[in-house]
Design a protein around this ligand. Structure first.
Ligand code: PGA
Length: 248
């Protein structure tokens, strides 16, 4: 299979203010040419999307959202934001099913799938997150959990798709799986996708930082990364992007 264009996405979570969007032109300047061979995406909180898109205009950087409504049509849903609205604000991608949404907000695979379908309807590429907890890994249930999440959370409609493998025990901490553990799960996801998904990029996420990014990008089957904390500052995020072999 031909190598897929890498995608390195920054998930700002519920951090940042409009003033922090000044990191965007700094990042564009730092990554320069590398952003032509790597898709670089920033997913700020929803209220900053339109301004982020404006700041990213005339740079190769892409803007995405962190979540969307499962309802594709405009409807009375107080507080919800539709994928079409995100697209209108300048988003090209949307993260769905992040483990924080699954855990804190009780999002099920079925809801995540509905959100991913709504994203496709709006012309956005969904980034569907999957990953096991520490307990599930210890109990030897990694493949069972990943198989269920992939099987039941990805959209049934064919369209552009990204999957982020984010082991829950690695998010927001210091631990990361070994490169061979990452490769093992990525190959398993690829197998689970079976006939579909030749062009589906599979990202690794969870405690990626400038110190470990090169090793993670070198693991076979890794098509990029979903980065949390280390994506907020252009210094760290650019160092991660420039650690990708496609950057040189
Ligand atoms: P982290 O978060 O890089 O801060 O561990 C990753 C994520 O939750 O997407």
């Amino acid at each position: 299979m031909a190598a897929l264009k890498p995608l390195i996405a920054g998930n700002w979570k519920m951090f940042g203010r409009q003033a922090d969007l000044s990191e965007i032109p700094v990042l564009a300047e730092r990554v320069g040419e590398a952003a032509k061979s790597i898709d670089v995406l920033i997913c700020p909180p929803a209220p900053m999307l339109a301004i982020a898109a404006w700041r990213a205009k005339d740079t190769p950087l892409l803007i995405g959202a962190q979540d969307c409504s499962a309802a594709a049509l405009d409807s009375p849903r107080t507080g919800d934001v539709s994928a079409a609205m995100l697209a209108d604000a300048g988003a090209r991608y949307v993260i769905v099913g992040h483990s924080e949404r699954r855990t804190i907000f009780g999002e099920t695979d079925a809801l995540v799938r509905a959100k991913a379908e709504a994203a496709l309807t709006a012309g956005l590429t969904p980034i569907v997150c999957v990953g096991e907890t520490q307990g599930e890994r210890t109990a030897g249930r990694v493949e069972e959990v990943i198989c269920r999440q992939v099987g039941e959370s990805i959209p049934q409609t064919r369209g552009p798709l990204v999957i982020a493998y984010e082991p829950v025990w690695c998010i927001g901490g210091a631990a990361t799986p070994t490169p061979s553990q990452i490769t093992q799960v990525h190959s398993f996801i690829r197998e689970t996708l079976a006939g579909r998904g030749g062009d589906t990029r599979i990202l690794y996420g969870g405690s990626v930082n400038p110190g470990n990014a090169g090793e993670i990008f070198g693991a076979p089957g890794v098509d990029g990364a979903l980065v949390g904390r280390a994506s907020l500052k252009a210094d760290d995020f650019s160092a991660i992007i420039l650690a990708h072999p496609a950057a040189s």
